[in-house]
Design a protein around this ligand. Structure first.
Ligand SMILES: NC(=O)C1=CN([C@@H]2O[C@H](COP(=O)(O)OP(=O)(O)OC[C@H]3O[C@@H](n4cnc5c(N)ncnc54)[C@H](O)[C@@H]3O)[C@@H](O)[C@H]2O)C=CC1
Ligand SMILES: O=C(O)C1=N[C@H](C(=O)O)C[C@H](O)C1
Length: 250
């Protein structure tokens, strides 16, 4: 069987360099390109890349994906910074290239995907829910893509269940003290040397609390999800948002 021809964009970054090693070690994949900032995207075409693993920055991802989709190169995307407008733009590009697949995963680690699922299930059963994400201080975006997605899933689940608004008597507060408001769910971002990627979902009801916590202790935690994405995206045209769709969790 021929190997999947894979390129990594952001190959010198924290997660990109780990992805390069993971693709090189995968028996069913061949690493055909490892591109960093300033490298030419034409290399993807010249090397016959079938799938690009996109792990760059919110400022670079749209241009890279536009090139990939126009050239029929599937993409597995971990880069954050997704908004409804960006997703709509990507869907427009994909409509012109209907055989191309793009997977965007706010988080590739199985534990984080399950955290999101557990939070979505639990949220309607508690009066209060807040999200705390904790990351290394070199992270450029806040809140994290994972925390934003978690809060969106929580809010949607509470809306489906017609949950009441969360209790909060705060009248005066310093800017930021109650976190960012994502669809009505407070999200707090901690940046601390020594950490990698961590998240807590705090749920509170009458006389009880539930804490769902996940810790990524090494970038290797994201690799099985990335490799799964590479294997599945070639047969999944269009946009898939969230690794859970490739884990039969939905
Ligand atoms: N979905 C997931 O599971 C995960 C997602 N991430 C996300 O991945 C992204 C990268 O994170 P880190 O590796 O920590 O950042 P980083 O800053 O270490 O790496 C980004 C790399 O991309 C390069 N780059 C920038 N523009 C480029 C371009 N146009 N073409 C090729 N390379 C380019 C930079 O020079 C840098 O080497 C962030 O958005 C982060 O939130 C990180 C870990 C897990
Ligand atoms: O920048 C990181 O490190 C991470 N980014 C992703 C996010 O913003 O959710 C995934 C994970 O938290 C690590």
């Amino acid at each position: 069987m021929s190997k999947l021809r894979v390129a990594v964009l952001g190959a010198k970054g924290r997660i990109g360099s780990e992805a390069v090693r993971a693709v090189e070690a995968a028996e069913d994949m061949e690493l055909v390109a490892a591109l960093g900032s300033g490298d030419k995207l034409e290399t993807l075409v010249e090397t016959g890349a079938q799938i690009a693993v996109e792990l760059t920055t919110p400022a670079s991802v749209m241009g890279n994906l536009d090139f990939c989709v126009r050239h029929g190169i599937h993409a597995v995307v971990g880069t954050t910074g997704w908004t409804d407008e960006r997703l709509a733009q990507l869907n427009t590009s994909l409509a012109a290239s209907p055989r191309t697949g793009v997977l965007i995963a706010p988080n590739f680690s199985i534990g984080a995907v399950l955290t999101m699922k557990f939070a979505e299930i639990a949220a309607p059963y508690f009066e209060s829910v807040e999200v705390v994400e904790l990351h290394h201080p070199n992270k450029v975006d806040a809140p994290s893509g994972t925390a934003t997605r978690t809060a969106q899933l929580i809010a949607a689940a509470r809306e489906r269940a017609s949950s009441s608004p969360q209790p909060d008597a705060t009248v005066t507060a310093l800017d930021g003290a109650r976190g960012a408001n994502v669809d009505g769910v407070p999200v707090h971002a901690v940046r601390l040397r020594g950490l990698l990627a961590h998240q807590e979902v705090l749920l509170g009801g009458e006389g009880e609390t539930l804490t769902i916590r996940h810790d990524s202790l090494h970038h290797s935690s994201f690799m099985p999800g990335i490799l799964l994405g590479v294997r599945r995206v070639v047969d999944t045209p269009g946009l898939t948002f969230g690794l859970e769709h490739f884990l039969d969790l939905n």
